[in-house]
Design a protein around this ligand. Sequence first.
Ligand SMILES: C[S@@+](CC[C@H](N)C(=O)[O-])C[C@H]1O[C@@H](n2cnc3c(N)ncnc32)[C@H](O)[C@@H]1O
Length: 172
Amino acid sequence: MVILDVTAGNRKIWSSKKDIPGVIFIDKESGLLINQDIMADNTHLPIRIDLKIDSIIFDPPWMVNPPPWFNNKKHRTGSGGITYYGSYNSKKEIVPYINSAFIEFKKYTNRVCMKWGDSDIPLYRMLGFIKRSGWILIKQIELKSKRNRGGNSKTANWWVVLERDSGVWGVV
Ligand SMILES: C[S@@+](CC[C@H](N)C(=O)[O-])C[C@H]1O[C@@H](n2cnc3c(N)ncnc32)[C@H](O)[C@@H]1O
């Protein structure tokens, strides 16, 4: 089974074991705590499309115009590590980016697991855009723990599972 994590960052979403057999880590940033397997833009994946990819893990930046320390992708954490969040300057940038990514993912897999935070664009709105790209919502789970909500943040955080909508005429 092969899984693509196309927003690898520092692999914080994975267990303490960071080298997971079958997972290919991709990110466009350099200088990550653990080097990605492939440095690439996930809207143009440099991967053969005949590979059987079970699913794609997608944890994109969801903050629009965050405070300067957050915008600085090389924010130092208390433990001396470096956290990469990534961000976009406006909704006009983030929505087309997410759409392009989902169009690209259709070449590779039938299933995407996406993490999303509601702070600037609520999940239901983002799902509207994603559905138009030919994906349907299979599962939606809210992350309740303080750690997953970013400490005391009130922002709802979600994991959603989407599958390719094979019933949509003309969606390739
Ligand atoms: C919210 S962070 C992901 C955190 C990661 N899942 C973790 O557990 O540490 C978003 C990541 O997406 C990456 N990213 C943003 N746009 C990208 C793109 N077009 N192609 C590839 N990676 C991208 C950023 O560099 C950043 O590392």
